[in-house]
Design a protein around this ligand. Structure first.
Ligand code: GLA
Length: 372
């Protein structure tokens, strides 16, 4: 058994005096295809080797009791009093969003331990949702699109964020040694092997600007309005020459990002198949520029990390990853250059913003699993 799971089982037994089932689900880093998932477009995430572990067992108390080891916080409700939408406005909402969709019997105890840095744009919440569903007894075979959809419903209907399916899909379907090219309309995916001689490094700005969630909602609405002007159901069905039908110039720029980003996902995959790291890197930087100028979801910290990273020898490409307004950048770096990359960028970011960024060199990893 995995060490982390064993430790969690022991902690569970000490806390609740019963033996739990344990499940694991990974975080993700999105290589390219940003803000395309809710437009039914293409994305290319990798599930990473940072995971959330959830342990759970039935109790006879008629209560849902949950504890987060990371935050050292507990919550408890009688089953019939489990709150609704966005009730606590904290980490426990993700557990509630799942718990409300599953039969809990006479009660449940839950213990959580996550190595996915919280609120960093590496999908700690999707990892928590998926691992919770498995630990609470979701019964289907793995991997399963139904599990990804259930986890996404927690986000959309209970947290109230109209996000796409990328994060939960990656947490469920992640593959060791490969990225996932997901078609968010058909919900089919293809494993894309990446060149061997490259390191994937996420750099955490350590900031999360408040406008994140409201700006996300606004972008979703702007894309919907752009689709209406063109007369298509989603921007996936729009062609570049139809952009001029969009009346509002802001919505037009948003749509231009989405259309060009879908194309960049294909260009990146093509370059990856050829092992052309320079071209992959070029496409990443183009994606960042489009997110900066057309989609306007970057921030000073993300822009600094990306453009400064590109000046360091051995960096192939960089861009923001995830929703934006903080969180992480994604960097493709020559393996031998990683230490210098971290030292240089760390020092310069500290000098500029007075914050030490965190670095995570990640590997594509397997999706969610039941451990015991
Ligand atoms: C967040 C959402 C995803 C996706 C990204 C942007 O991570 O949860 O569904 O929309 O932002 O690509």
């Amino acid at each position: 058994m995995v060490g982390a799971a064993q430790i969690l089982i022991e902690a569970f037994e000490a806390r609740y005096h019963s033996t739990p089932d344990v499940a694991r689900a990974p975080g993700r880093v999105n290589l390219i295809g940003e803000h395309t998932d809710y437009n039914l477009g293409l994305v290319l995430p990798v599930a990473i080797d940072l995971d959330c572990y959830v342990a759970s067992a039935p109790n006879r108390l008629g209560a849902l009791r949950i504890h987060s080891e990371n935050l050292d916080q507990s919550r408890e409700w009688q089953i019939e009093q489990i709150p609704g939408l966005g009730a606590a406005r904290d980490w426990s909402d993700y557990v509630i969003g799942i718990a409300r969709q599953l039969p809990l019997g006479r009660g449940r105890d839950v213990l959580i331990h996550s190595n996915v840095p919280l609120g960093s744009g590496l999908s700690s919440s999707a990892a928590l949702e998926v691992a919770t569903a498995l630990a609470l007894g979701w019964e289907g075979d793995l991997p399963s699109i139904e599990l990804a959809k259930l986890a996404r419903r927690a986000e959309n209907e209970f947290i109230g964020l109209p996000s796409g399916i990328m994060d939960q899909y990656a947490a469920v379907f992640g593959e060791r040694n490969a990225a996932l090219l997901i078609d968010c309309r058909s919900l089919e995916s293809l494993a894309v092997a990446l060149p061997d001689d490259v390191a994937i490094v996420a750099v955490n700005t350590m900031v999360k600007h408040e406008l994140g969630q409201s700006a996300y909602r606004r972008r979703v609405a702007e894309c919907a309005s752009a689709s209406r002007d063109i007369g298509v159901e989603s921007l996936r069905d729009a062609r570049p020459e139809q952009l001029e039908l969009i009346r509002d110039p802001i919505a037009r720029r948003r749509a231009r990002h989405v259309l060009s980003e879908n194309q960049r996902v294909l260009d990146f995959v093509e370059a990856s198949r050829k092992g052309d790291l320079r071209e992959m890197g070029r496409v990443l930087v183009e994606s960042h520029r489009s997110l900066e100028h057309d989609y306007e979801v970057t921030c000073a910290e993300l822009d600094f990390l990306v453009y400064r990273a590109m000046e360091i020898d051995g960096t192939f490409g960089a861009r923001m990853t995830g929703g934006g307004f903080g969180g992480c950048t994604l960097n493709l770096v020559e393996p031998e250059a990683v230490e210098r990359f971290k030292a240089t960028l760390g020092r310069e970011y500290r000098e500029k913003f007075g914050i030490q960024p965190a670095f995570y060199q990640v590997r594509p990893s397997q999706g969610a699993e039941r451990i015991s």
